[in-house]
Design a binder for this molecule. Structure first.
Ligand code: XUL
Ligand code: CO
Length: 431
């Protein structure tokens, strides 16, 4: 025991509790025939909760954690605290980057040894802990070797280093029984066209991803491979801008049946979309995989990665997820960090507990909206004209035949209300 959390006991569901507890999240509550825990599949993100020092562009570390040192002893302590945190929260999953869990070594081989030692510690802890691995990923964006990209780097040695790193991380994810493997292309993009061969970079990114998919099959990894779209930051122009862009990229390389998307709330906002738009589009394209749950500040215009606290927004997101059939191997990963003044260990627990409650409220509201059926019925009504044989027939017809029918006077378009306010009022009954 590290005692970092000073004896905070595992959180319970207690709507009347004064202190730390879940007021809305009861893992065993049945919603649409499934336990809430199995719907939401919460995960803690190692990087924000355990490795992030509290910096911003104007100042460095604000958090004072006993494991903030670059050695293996500190990495072991961090792992102990991580598992204590998972137990307090009762979360079923966690996620990591290689760089979150181990100190960088002087060589690739040393970094790998450090990493695999910690993976061994996780494996041992997971024998008795409830927590499972939602996904692993490689940090191919923090170290200066990746400043011009990983798979898209002009230097083939960086491509090679990145390939070896992903292999190591995919092996470790497989070893821990991870349910997904994520690739976020942090620096896969460009700052200026003056020094960039966009064609070559995209080709290399496509080959890289194909190799990841081939390797997954070679080792028998049954998890989903997920791309996480983001429009910019840190790179100005990003090749995986949003769900639509990623889908086009996957199709181009014949990977649209192999790779799905991990959609993040804040990234959707940065792309000028809503979270629910990205989720609905992924569902319609058949590539919905998992979510990174957080929120951005609507004034600041950058990726603030705050914990979610807006029930109506979260409800609309889970509405789309439930319509997709819910998570299969994916889950709700809190890719969210404390504000830099939230120094106390208790803040870390409270942030997650509050976010889990917000998600529980959102999911329960979404389930009620679906079960009630009014929204879906009104949407169906709006398209009911397409139920007729003549309308359906148009889709297999041709322009000239359709024009004949219109010219003969058999078609009379009649504008109808889209009823947006009425629909919004219906949503408001549930949230
Ligand atoms: C960055 C981001 C990453 C990915 C994993 O904005 O979301 O943490 O989720 O690399
Ligand atoms: Co993310």
């Amino acid at each position: 025991m590290s005692d970092f959390f000073g004896g905070i006991s595992p959180l319970r569901h207690d709507p009347e509790a004064e202190g730390l507890a879940f007021r809305h999240y009861d893992p065993d509550e049945m919603v649409m025939g499934k336990r809430l825990e199995d719907h939401l599949r919460f995960a803690v993100a190692y990087w924000h909760s355990l490795a992030w020092p509290g910096g911003d562009p104007f100042g460095g570390q604000t958090f004072d954690r006993p494991w903030f040192r670059d050695d293996m002893e500190a990495a072991r302590l961090k792992a102990d605290v991580a598992f204590e945190m998972f137990e307090i929260l009762g979360v079923p999953y966690f996620c990591w980057h290689d760089a979150d869990i181990r100190p960088e070594g002087a060589t690739f081989a040393e970094s790998k040894r450090n990493f695999e030692e910690i993976i061994g510690i996780f494996e041992e802890k997971m024998e008795s802990a409830k927590v499972r691995l939602l996904w692993g990923t490689a940090n191919l964006f923090s170290h200066r070797r990746f400043m011009a990209g990983a798979a898209t780097n002009p230097d083939p040695d960086v491509f090679a280093w990145s390939a070896a790193t992903v292999k190591t991380c995919l092996d470790a994810t497989h070893r821990l029984g991870g349910e997904n493997y994520v690739l976020w292309g942090g620096r896969e993009g460009y700052e200026t066209l003056l020094n960039t061969d966009m064609g070559a970079e995209m080709e290399h990114a496509g080959r890289f991803l194909s190799m990841v998919v081939d390797y997954k099959h070679k080792i028998g990894f049954k998890g989903q491979i997920l791309i996480e779209p983001k429009p910019q930051e840190p790179t100005k122009h990003q090749y995986d801008y949003d769900v639509a862009t990623v889908f086009g990229f996957l199709q181009r390389f014949g990977l649209e049946k192999e790779v799905k998307v991990n959609i993040e709330q804040g990234h959707a906002i940065l792309a000028g979309h809503s979270f629910e738009h990205e989720l609905a589009l992924a569902r319609e394209l058949g590539v919905f995989g998992s979510i990174d749950m957080n929120r951005n500040d609507y004034q600041s215009g950058w990726d603030t990665d705050q914990f979610p606290n807006n029930v109506p927004e979260v409800a609309l997101a889970y509405y789309e997820i439930l319509k997709a059939g819910g998570f299969t191997q994916g889950g709700t990963n809190f890719d969210a960090k404390l504000r830099r003044q939230s120094l106390d260990p208790e803040d870390l627990i409270a942030a997650h507990a509050g976010a889990m409650d917000i998600c529980a409220r959102g999911l329960k509201a979404a389930a009620k909206m679906l079960e009630d059926g009014t929204l879906e019925e009104l949407r169906r009504e709006r398209y009911a004209g397409w139920d007729g044989a003549e309308a359906k027939g148009m889709l297999t017809s041709d322009l000239a035949t359709i024009a004949e029918r219109v010219e003969a006077g058999g078609v009379t378009p009649e504008p109808r209300s889209g009823r947006q306010e009425i629909l919004e009022n219906i949503v408001n009954r549930y949230v």
